[in-house]
Ligand binder design. Sequence first.
Ligand code: ADP
Length: 596
Amino acid sequence: MLKKIAYKYFESLVYFYRHLGYKVFIVFGFSIVIGVLDSLGLTMFLPLLQMVNDSSAISAEELGRLSFLLDIFESARIDLTLLSVLLIMSSFFLVKGLVYYLAGIYRVNVQEGFIDRLRTTNLKGLNSITYKYFIGSDVGRIQNTLTGEVDRVANAFKFYFRALQNVIMIMIYMVFAFLIDAQFAILVTIGGVIANFLYKRFYDQTKKSSRILTGEANTFQSLVIQNVANYKYLKATGSLSVYQQKLLGYIEKIKDSNKRIGKLDASLTAGREPLLVLIVVSIIYIQTSLLGSGLGPILISLIFFYRALNYLLQMQMDWNRFLAVSGSVENITSFEKEMRKNKEDIGAHEVTEPIESLSLRNISFEYGNTVVLKNIDLEISKCQTIGFVGESGSGKTTLINIIAGLLTVNSGQYLINGINSDNLNLETFQKKIGYITQDSIIFNDSLFNNITFWAEKTEENLQKFWEVITKTALLNFVNSLPEKENEVLEHNGINLSGGQKQRISIARELFKEVDILLLDEATSALDSETESIIQRNMEDLKGDYIILVVAHRIATIKNADKILVVEKGKIIKSGNYEDLIKKSEYFKNLVRLQQL
Ligand code: ADP
């Protein structure tokens, strides 16, 4: 039970503590100092009140258990006159102001450090997970978590800490109130607990709505991304409006959830003060008329309660606001956990030598229970060009992904330069890989940056840039651009032809000075001019790199050193073009269909 309560209220604290350590307690320490200084200042009202009645004597009795304060003043030889009491009171509030200022600055620093850390760990977490986990995850959720959710967690932090700081203040005021008039304090506390109990229902509902809202926001984000990513398809097929309906549904849902949370917040805020004033007023009446207590200590106690009440209101508002975003803390906690769990193992050995050989020995690969590749043996040596053909779904892309170190095998061995890939720091290997995908990767930046991957514009780099531009037959194109190499390729290269985009992609890899080129050939038909240009590009590159091509057009790989026919996760035939025409019925048919 205790564990459950602790978990419920302190789960977030544990989360914040994990990120911030001891700083959490310094924030609370400031609150304690502020609360005590404020209470001592307020206590000085009691001598003042007495002076209203009778300026000659200040009775220790009226101060209840705080009468020791009088002793302190006495031993410090401070006479309690109107002037000295006012001065002492102002000093307490002055020092409190100063501490308040320092506490504010400290909290902002901690908060900004927290957000910074959150963004950094999540980004690094994302970039260190395995590719297998990445392709199975929800892109919308990842995006939402890295952007919007971070802000929501930052707010959760703010409200959670404000709520806890308010709890500390309430506790300090309560202690002072008890010290001055215990009976009154007990009665007010009972009233407060009852009021709080009535409010519990609202909290539970807010928390539930918050969870629903986070789920809806994740889905919405995911749908928007797909809307943008598949825009061309949706527009070309007149499907935008149908797809839009799905999104509109979620916009409506998010609106409703936010409204529900807002409504709960409004009723909480509006109802609380009248309710509590009613309780306090009744208690004062009961105590003075029925129990015959004096009004002096009750009034000072009341000041404490009034302040505690303010903080209680504030605390409940903050707590409710915290609950409204608490779904995000849960979400980001599980996100961080998943990132940690699916972190890629990094082998110790760095690949510094040029790639001489790649060997796949009896490897198999599964997605869940589905066997995608089985018993693959393959030797690739320096400067070989290898083509992969086979029906869609036969496992070509998966095989290439394994060779690129994106996926790790379930059984068998993958050796790079004779070293087991498990022992290698694969990023150092991947730096030697150039990847030319079906959808060419174009960044929203200048042509120079696109090709050099933001290299410095030195004499040397510029020379190298023009070399690769010439090599990839882009020279005329670049010279025709108004800004030449500084031309910005906007909107993911939307104004470039498919062939130009691919040549830019190739140029980037050549600039990078890679050892291996992976080509995932476009399945869509390119115009014959572009096709022959790409073919020529391939011929130019052949012999200088290990080139692995997932080919859909036989023409591209006609001169490959080796062609592998993949069927249902196995390499069923291999050989050069002429060999395969003789050996493989499938290959022969393919060639005939493509009218070579
Ligand atoms: P190809 O490139 O030859 O078209 P793939 O290597 O892409 O084939 O896919 C091989 C098999 O693996 C297919 O049956 C496909 O359904 C399955 N597959 C591919 N990616 C995934 C994935 N992320 N999760 C589960 N199965 C997958």
